[in-house]
Design a protein around this ligand. Structure first.
Ligand SMILES: [Zn+2]
Length: 68
């Protein structure tokens, strides 16, 4: 009898997403990427351009359902 088990589980790691352009940032990229702390949350951006756009209108990129 042979039991076949997966010795390796898929590594689950968090990928940060740029809220402005929506691109995914790998952990090694996010570690050195521009970031902003806003309302107790930390947002990471792929570039200073996206970071600047966020700071102009942060609420536009926040996940709110209060759009009415
Ligand atoms: Zn971006």
């Amino acid at each position: 009898m042979t039991l076949t088990a997966d010795p390796q589980e898929p590594a689950s790691f968090v990928v940060d997403v740029d809220p402005v352009c929506g691109c995914q940032l790998l952990p090694e990229v996010a570690a050195v990427a521009p970031r902003v702390e806003w309302e107790g949350a930390t947002f990471v951006f792929c570039s200073e351009t996206c970071r600047a756009r966020f700071l102009v209108e942060p609420e536009r990129y926040l996940d709110t359902d209060d759009d009415g």
